[in-house]
Design a protein around this ligand. Structure first.
Ligand SMILES: [Zn+2]
Length: 83
């Protein structure tokens, strides 16, 4: 049995409704005074889909090499697209 090393597999979050990877995830950021930049202090699974304009509670994480579903640019992206 082959065990997949999750640390070497690139993943990405997608919308649970339409499958688009055009999603914004909620996070808290803090200001790093020394580095003069924002740093993510906590990230969450909930967010907003820029494709179907819906909030979601939990993103789905998939293999980053998978192509986005065909319906990403379609206005009818709410229809089930995963076969
Ligand atoms: Zn969506």
């Amino acid at each position: 049995m082959k065990i997949i090393d999750k640390m070497t597999v690139k993943t990405k979050p997608v919308c649970p409704d339409c499958g688009s990877d055009d999603v914004l995830l909620d996070a808290w950021i803090t200001w790093d005074v020394i580095g003069q930049r924002f740093e993510v202090s906590a990230d969450f699974e909930n967010g907003f889909c820029e494709s179907c304009h819906e909030d979601f509670k939990r993103a789905i994480w998939i293999d980053a090499d998978l192509a986005p579903p065909k319906t990403v640019d379609s206005p009818a992206c709410r229809q089930p697209s995963l076969s």
